[in-house]
Every structure is written in structure tokens, then in C-alpha cells.
Design a protein around this ligand. Structure first.
Ligand SMILES: [Zn+2]
Length: 326
């Protein structure tokens, strides 16, 4: 039997079989790299660390062994922070390389080629991130309301080339409101990437199940990964979408998670409170899918033990290793 593929975590490489119960999309800290570097006094490192450790503790109380954290450049990627959380909690954290932008690139990358950008991503996978020996396990890209801008296209092509070179998969932030998913997949496939090595995020932000199914038909993994978001669709509607996809036999390509940010600097506290007040609160943090979603799906007859195992272990593992449908 061939040895199990190895997955890079912030604590070192791990047999893919040891990933166990996995949350496929969570952020242990989300903040702007440039602001945090220039005005560090606006941030409270002890509070950030505490929030991350607490968030992970909630997930671990539900048996979670591994968290995939797709915090890339522009979202405050910091593998030393992730390694510290892993050390304090014992959770296995899978980190990424890549660039989180909806539009423009820094001049540094705008004035360099796709292949030079790919070299940067590959270096993180093959040598280590930010001067450490922590290696990236996947590449993060993004496209949102502005669509596939030249900057966004460049990141996708560079990610594809680095993925082909290194063998790691790609995770793509997306926006079903403008249906970027199929165009993102097309770009990656044009570069030669296997769709089984691609995950398109945030399609649980639509309640149009046919739209999600059209994306799944391209052979990619799709994230229903914003359970607990304060913004609609709310949890009950997201559960209905998941139940319908499971009924349609799509459970082998779904990644269920929260896109929870233990801390995030995007909004002043009063704005954040207003967003939650006008929307829906999530009292369970990284435990919501286990507290509310799984019980509801079981109740609806949309899940059994094998399907649960697929959602929270097999699918994230198979996406990470590029394993074909089993
Ligand atoms: Zn995210």
C-alpha cells in the first residue's frame, strides 16, 4: 500500500489519515496586513490570541482535530500566530499561501509576471512561510463583486501554476450574487488544474440550489462555509440548502464550515454590533454547525453517519490531497 499523503500543518507535516474531524474554513484572526504593521497599537495581541484559543476550544469540544485557515496576504496571514494557537490548544492548523484581493494588486505584483507570483506561492509550499519552516498546504485566491479583474485573473493563473508545480490544491473565495464560481473554475482549468483540487467558497450565500449544483457539476468542491454569518441567508435557510443538496446526492463535494473570524478589524465595534443586531447572531461560534446544523439535517433525514464522515473528514481531506471521488 502506498504511504498516506502528507499534509503540511503549522506544527509540521501530518499523515492525511490523521486529519480527523475537520472544519474546512475558519479564520483565527482576520485583519489588514498593512494597517496592523503600521499602527500596531490599535491591536491587542493578547486579546486576539485569547479569542483564537477560545474559538478553537469550542470546536475541539465537538471533536474537531483540524482547522483549515485560509487567511492569506491582505487578511493578516501570520503563521507564527497560528503556530502559537496550535501549541496552546493542540489543534492541527492547515495554513495557506495566496493573495486575498477583490480587485487591485500591490504594485510589487502588478509590475511582475504571473510566473514570478507563482514562484512566491511555490516558495511558501516548498520552503516555508514568512521565514519559518511552516509550509503552506494550499493556495487561496479570491473574486467578489468586481468580478474577474486583471489583478484577480493574475492571482488565479499564478495560483494554478504554483499548484501544478507543487501538488497543493486551491481554495477560491467567491460570490454567488455575481456567480463568479464558474468563471474562476474555467480560469484554473485553462491552466491545467484538476477540478478535484479546487474548492469554491461561500456558495451557501445563495439559496438557489440549482446554481450551486451547476458549480458542483464542474467537479469542484463547494463551500457551504458561512453558517452563523450575521448576514442572510440565515441559518435555517442555509440548512434547507444543505439538506436539498444532500438529498440530490451531492454530499461528496460539500465543505461545511463557518468562515468564523475569532477577531476581525474590518468594522469598528459599534458597526459590528449593528450588523449582528440587524441580522442574526451566532452564540455557538465554531460550534454552530454541530449544535444546530447537524441535528437539523439528521432530523430532516438528510444525513446519516457515513454522510457526516464525508462532510467533516473525507471531503476536506480529499480536497487537500487531491484524491478522487471515492
Ligand atoms: Zn474566509
Amino acid at each position: 500500500m502506498a504511504p498516506a499523503p502528507q499534509i503540511n500543518t503549522v506544527s509540521g507535516p501530518l499523515d492525511a489519515t490523521a486529519l480527523g474531524k475537520t472544519l474546512g474554513h475558519e479564520h483565527l484572526r482576520f485583519r489588514d496586513d498593512a494597517v496592523a504593521a503600521n499602527w500596531p497599537s490599535r491591536y491587542d495581541p493578547a486579546a486576539e490570541l485569547r479569542a483564537a484559543v477560545d474559538a478553537v476550544g469550542v470546536a475541539m469540544a465537538h471533536g474537531v482535530r483540524t482547522i483549515v485557515d485560509p487567511t492569506a496576504m491582505n487578511a493578516g496571514r501570520d503563521v507564527r500566530f497560528l503556530a502559537r494557537v496550535a501549541e496552546l490548544t493542540g489543534v492541527q492548523i492547515v495554513a495557506c499561501t495566496g493573495i486575498y484581493t477583490f480587485d487591485r494588486l500591490p504594485f510589487y505584483f502588478e509590475n511582475r509576471s504571473v510566473d514570478v507570483m507563482a514562484d512566491h506561492f511555490a516558495e511558501d509550499v516548498e520552503q516555508g512561510i514568512q521565514g519559518t519552516d511552516v509550509r503552506a498546504a494550499f493556495i487561496k485566491v479570491a473574486a467578489d463583486e468586481p468580478g474577474i479583474t486583471p489583478g484577480v485573473e493574475k492571482v488565479h493563473r499564478a495560483a494554478a501554476r504554483a499548484a501544478l508545480r507543487t501538488g497543493v490544491p486551491i481554495m477560491a473565495h467567491s460570490a454567488p450574487a455575481v456567480d463568479n464560481g464558474p468563471r474562476q473554475v474555467q480560469l484554473l482549468l485553462e491552466e491545467g488544474v484538476d477540478p478535484a483540487h479546487v474548492q469554491i467558497c461561500h456558495y451557501g450565500d445563495t439559496t438557489d440550489v440549482d446554481q450551486i449544483e451547476r458549480l458542483l457539476e464542474l467537479g469542484v468542491y463547494v463551500g457551504l462555509d458561512r453558517f452563523g454569518s450575521p448576514r442572510p441567508p440565515f441559518t435555517a435557510a442555509r440548512i434547507d440548502v444543505a439538506a436539498e443538496l444532500l438529498r440530490r446526492g451531492r454530499g461528496d463535494r460539500l465543505v461545511v464550515s463557518h468562515d468564523f473570524c475569532a477577531t476581525i478589524d474590518w468594522f469598528p465595534p459599534e458597526t459590528m454590533e449593528a450588523i449582528v443586531r440587524e441580522g442574526e447572531s451566532n452564540p455557538y461560534g465554531m460550534g454552530l454547525v454541530f449544535e444546530r446544523v447537524v441535528p437539523a439535517l439528521l432530523e430532516a433525514g438528510a444525513l446519516d453517519d457515513a454522510a457526516l464522515q464525508r462532510l467533516f473528514a473525507d471531503n476536506p481531506r480529499n480536497w487537500l490531497t487531491g484524491a478522487q471521488r471515492t
